[in-house]
Design a protein around this ligand. Structure first.
Ligand SMILES: NC(=O)c1ccc[n+]([C@@H]2O[C@H](COP(=O)([O-])OP(=O)(O)OC[C@H]3O[C@@H](n4cnc5c(N)ncnc54)[C@H](OP(=O)(O)O)[C@@H]3O)[C@@H](O)[C@H]2O)c1
Length: 331
């Protein structure tokens, strides 16, 4: 397993981070087998994965609880990242949210606490000051952001640069390439790429939009008429599945699984220090570790990028997967 140091911190984390959104059941993932999640976490630890990403909002706190149960015996060997609930961004709420996360995770410090999304009613600098106070108190070792656009980044950097910015980035979702990724690189902020398999689309699970369950069809790839979608846009289903067909052809030619190419493509992007992958079981975890350990696909990178250029143009510059441009939470 490869490791990277985040931003200008001393946090040394595995290139593959274990994404804990889907370790318990919810509206997005449907029913999850918690024992399979526990087995996957144990398999990750055995494979050298030391970085675990959760959030208060995942499973309404149950993701943090489950993670806390499994990791508490190995607390000093792991790096735990959590996130402030999007509705807890006011300074007084930040401290309470942190206490709740500590309790559920069964620990007295977090290695990384991140803003999850911004609240338009609360300037991010106010939230950031409250997070820096938690750092001074030793409850949090480092602070980071998620889903921060260039203006939010400038606002927090005026106080103290975050060690990382967690962003949606994969072959089917490349909007951050325009401005946010370069801004992070300029400021030495580590990019943690989330949804690297686009919720399974890049693991070659689905051949048409109709096959994708409603929870996973909320992103702007899909029609805004899907029952759980919030964006109301026409979507880009044709372009998405045409891009997947092209990626599948490249994968077949190379004799490699699509997920292998997708994970290595994103891991190889300059500025991306970590790939946060969600898994349903230990077998998927082991497979992803193997894919990333086997290495980069430098000869295929250009072809894979070109295969998704049309989709990138169709989706436009809004990096928010779930909301239309006028309601995008990126600033
Ligand atoms: N900061 C934020 O706003 C934010 C937003 C989203 C995610 N995240 C973080 O990023 C993490 C990962 O993103 P994600 O969970 O959205 O999506 P993802 O990693 O792109 O997709 C996860 C899904 O891909 C499938 N998969 C994974 N490995 C596989 C393999 N080897 N073979 C076949 N299928 C495989 C599984 O689907 P099945 O369940 O169908 O098997 C799994 O549930 C989250 O857990 C969370 O920690 C953060």
């Amino acid at each position: 397993m490869d490791y990277r140091t985040l931003g200008n911190s001393d946090l040394r984390v595995s290139r593959l981070a274990f994404g804990c959104w889907g370790i318990t059941s919810d509206f997005h993932w449907g029913e999850r087998d918690e024992q399979a999640s526990v087995d996957a976490i144990e398999a990750a630890l055995d494979a050298g994965v030391n970085f675990f990403d959760t959030a208060e909002v995942y499973g309404d706190g149950r993701s943090e609880e489950l993670l806390g149960r499994v990791l508490s015996r190995r607390r000093d060997q792991v790096v735990i990242a959590s996130k402030i609930h999007p509705r807890s961004m006011r300074p007084d709420q930040v401290a309470e949210a942190c206490e709740r996360s500590l309790r559920r995770l069964n620990t007295d410090y977090l290695d990384l606490l991140q803003t999850h999304w911004t609240d338009p009613q609360v300037p991010i600098a106010e939230t950031w000051e409250a997070l820096l106070k938690l750092k001074e108190q030793g409850k949090v070792r480092h602070v980071g952001v998620c889903n921060a656009g260039t203006s939010d980044l400038a606002d927090v950097c005026a106080l103290q640069a975050p060690v990382s910015n967690q962003l949606p980035y994969n072959l089917l979702w490349r909007a951050i390439e325009d401005a946010i990724l370069p801004a992070c690189r300029e400021r030495n902020i580590s990019v943690l790429a989330y949804s690297p398999l686009m919720h399974g689309l890049l693991a070659d699970k689905y051949r048409s939009a109709a096959e994708v369950p409603d929870g996973r069809a909320r992103s702007r790839h899909f029609s805004g008429t899907r029952p759980l979608a919030r964006h109301g846009e026409p979507g880009c289903e044709e372009e998405t599945f045409a891009a997947l067909d092209r990626i599948r052809a490249i994968a077949r030619e190379a004799g490699r699984p699509m997920a292998d190419l997708a994970l290595n493509w994103v891991a190889a992007q300059p500025g991306v220090d970590c790939v946060i992958v969600g898994v349903a079981n230990a077998a998927q975890l082991a497979e992803n570790v193997r894919f990333l350990e086997r290495g980069r696909e430098s000869d295929l990178r250009e072809a894979l990028t070109r295969a998704t250029d049309d989709l990138r143009r169709a989706l436009g510059p809004n990096p928010d997967m779930w909301q239309t441009a006028s309601e995008s939470r990126y600033r």
